[in-house]
Design a protein. Sequence first.
Length: 299
Amino acid sequence: MRTIRVYHVDAFTDQPFTGNTAGVVLDAEHLSSLEMQQIARELNLSESVFLLPSDQADIDYKVRYFTPTEEIPFCGHATIGLTWLLATELGLSQQQDGVVLGTQAGAIPVVWHQQDGKIQRVEMTQVTPQIQPFTIDLTTLSAMIGVPVDAIDPAYPIQLAHTGNWHLLIPVHTQQAIDQANPDLIALSQHNRQHQIATTHLYTFTPHQEYDLYTRDFAPAIGIAEDPVTGAANGALAGFLYLNGIIPQDRTTALQIAQGHAIGRPGLLYVQAISNGVDTPIIKVAGAATITIRGELSI
């Protein structure tokens, strides 16, 4: 019998029971892939992250991410949850300013922002964003995402975007329309599996002073009906906005993105699209976190 340290960490929030809960498993060195999948299914959270030692000089730790049904290349909120835990619970922020994680999507540098000796936010730099055109009949899309055709905003293109996983980005006129979305999860799962899409991400620009965009994310193809607050999808969204010239390409744009309100798990992401003198920006996604459960799992 082995004992494994397991945590629940609510990411993109500083309040328990809000944001997006990640399972964090620290003692994963001797776990098999099957055991990691079984643990992720047992925790039954949208994603769980497993911490592994690194054999590379430029990578501090390797990590693997699992939904309850499958392994995925990258997960933003689990990265925030894990590195918040490393900084606070394990005290790593007293020794260094951040870490570099080795993921299947690539190297993810993470830094800790502190004030008066306390961690305020964790900030990750995601992999270089990509976009792809995507053609879909609006009536078909409307039925699949449970949003009226006239609520889909024609001012912005429907595209795929990537900073670790592929996300289908759907522009919607209002936050109310996003909150009222009632997707056909079976049809959406089949569609996204067919096109190798991780999640379908609805977004709208908002007039609220508290945040610039509001989003909602559905991922039945990877075993998640709805992901409350998504670091990967919102990073991809920022990359999409930059690459399409919707936000400026000659300077840094800072965005506050809200998500999770529709399902009672509100969270806030701080996202930057940084112009670096080439065609693609640097995407940074930051947020707070809070540890809600500390436990041991026996296997």
